[in-house]
Design a protein around this ligand. Structure first.
Ligand code: ATP
Length: 491
């Protein structure tokens, strides 16, 4: 039995490159690192899948997973012991009291933790941008996986947390490893047993190393947060390839309908957000939706884009003379941008739309050049100003070469200069032959951009007219006339 001073002196001596201490430390890192890697492989996929999957018993599985977050290490050790012991179902493997058994036990310990935290992280990201990824054509699981890339900082934090939990636990590794010197002795088991024997030197030395490891993990998490938002620079934009996103001046059949909505209704629980709306969108239209907050403009755009389950009919008709269904894209009021570069955000949209890899570069280039963001291509998208982000949203939608573009208040919360820029771009898109449906609160903008204006109130389409007739024609129905009177500031 040493005095405490002796023990510290011995610990200090051991920490300075004692082979036994180094061996124990290396084994601990190897076992916990491997277990975290195994847990990451299973847990990340499971968590992402559980965030989007819908199946009977899902609630129970999620409850179980969340409960397992607090799974005691000794219980894991006991369960794995029962599995791997000679009499157990996996006893024939003969891996009890080996590092492999310890990896198995720690994998069992960290996998639910990684899965549960990943699920929450993906759900939070989907709540922010899931609709927009779906609008870009992402299937649910692809959207969930993209959110892992988007929130890779959060993912890294989850993995480091899992690693710290593994390397600091003692119950599971003690039960299935047995603390055999030179074979299964890891830091925590050694500390526990040496302390119980009263040999504090090695225990203290390993305690210091363990604290240093956990501190380093914490430091790594802090570093990641500090680096958060930074995007590794990608290749600089290449010279513009010969691609022209502008529509080939296709002969346009006059007033050919592209979308016919009949009695379209959308309900959110008790709220009837769209109430039996019927309208026809013609090729070349610039239909602007106006109405008070909550009148159903966004819902109508999403329903026409096919993002919401609706009652009634919404039929898309083939373009003439091309003979194919129109492609649609949508730009949201606040575009959801992945924590990637400007370039990658456009690239991901093209990837989700199934555009062949060989075409993506050229299309990114052309779209970013078109909105004046080529020079910013490798900046983090989220570091752009509001107006630039909206332009990037437009570029991402436009790169998909839509025939119909839905724009939800594209200039909301932008300053007048940025509003003018967006308006000019929208006009340029219309000049390219893109059919537009747009919502706005700016009546002046409606007048400048629209060929037709529709006024919504309480989910109903009150009136829809050509722009000149809407603003200067015969008197509008009373609610629309009052709305216009209340918004005279636009004149
Ligand atoms: N996801 C949702 N869940 C529940 N209710 C919703 C949801 N989305 C919209 N609503 C409701 O549907 C109605 C129409 O909303 P919508 O967002 O379409 O209106 P809006 O005209 O676009 O409003 P704003 O001008 O404020 O953007 C509102 O009563 C709104 O509260």
């Amino acid at each position: 039995m040493h005095t405490l001073t002796d023990s510290w002196a011995l610990a200090w001596h051991l920490v300075q490159a004692d082979p036994e201490l180094l061996g124990i430390t290396a084994l601990s890192l190897r076992i916990s690192g491997t277990a975290t890697a195994v847990g990451a492989l299973v847990g990340l996929l499971l968590g992402a899948w559980l965030a989007v999957a819908r199946f009977p018993g899902q609630g129970l599985l999620v409850w179980l997973l969340n409960t397992l977050l607090a799974l005691p290490a000794v219980v894991v050790g006991l369960l794995v012991y029962l599995l791997l012991s000679r009499a157990g179902p996996l006893g024939a493997l003969g891996i009890l009291f080996t590092p492999t058994a310890m990896v198995v036990a720690q994998s069992v310990l960290v996998t639910p933790l990684i899965a549960a935290l990943t699920r929450r992280l993906v759900l939070a990201a989907l709540a922010e941008g899931g609709d927009q990824l779906r609008a870009l054509g992402a299937r649910p699981f692809a959207a969930a996986l993209l959110m892992l890339v988007h929130d890779r900082l959060g993912v890294a934090t989850v993995l480091l947390t899992a690693f710290a939990r593994a390397i600091a636990e003692v119950g599971a590794v003690m039960i299935v490893g047995g603390n055999i010197a030179g074979v299964t002795r890891v830091m925590t088991t050694t500390i526990a047993l040496e302390t119980s024997k009263g040999d504090l030197g090695l225990a203290l030395a390993l305690g210091c190393v363990l604290l240093a490891v956990v501190g380093a993990v914490n430091g790594a998490i802090g570093l990641l947060h500090w680096l958060g938002g930074r995007v590794p620079p990608g290749p600089p934009p290449q010279p513009a390839p010969a691609v022209d996103l502008q529509r080939q001046a296709a002969p346009m059949a006059a007033a050919a309908p592209l979308i016919v909505a009949e009695q379209l209704s959308v309900r959110f629980g008790p709220v009837l957000a769209l109430d039996a709306i019927s309208l026809t969108l013609q090729r070349g239209d610039r239909l602007v939706l106006v109405g008070a907050n909550g009148s159903g403009k966004t819902t109508l755009l999403q329903a026409l884009h096919g993002l919401l389950p609706s009652a009634g009919r919404c039929t898309r008709l083939a373009l003439q003379p091309e003979g194919r269904l129109p492609r649609t894209a949508m730009v949201f009021q606040r575009p959801f941008l992945l924590r990637l570069s400007v370039w990658r955000n456009v690239w991901v949209g093209l990837w989700l739309a199934g555009v062949p890899a060989a075409e993506r570069h050229a299309r990114c280039h052309a779209a970013l050049a078109r909105v004046g963001l080529l020079a910013q291509a490798h900046r983090p998208a989220r570091a752009l100003s509001g107006g630039q982000q909206q332009r990037l949203g437009l570029a991402r939608a436009w790169s998909l070469q839509p025939d119909i573009l839905f724009l939800d208040e594209p200039t909301a919360s932008l300053d007048p200069g940025a509003q003018r820029e967006i308006e000019a771009l929208v006009q340029a898109l219309a000049a390219d032959g893109v059919t537009l449906v747009m919502s706005t609160h700016h009546l002046g903008q409606a007048r400048r951009l629209a060929t037709r204006v529709a006024y919504l109130q309480g989910g109903r389409l009150v009136v829809e007219r050509g722009v000149a007739q809407f603003f200067d024609g015969a008197p509008l129905p009373p609610p629309a006339a009052q709305f216009l009177l209340g918004e005279l500031g636009w004149r």
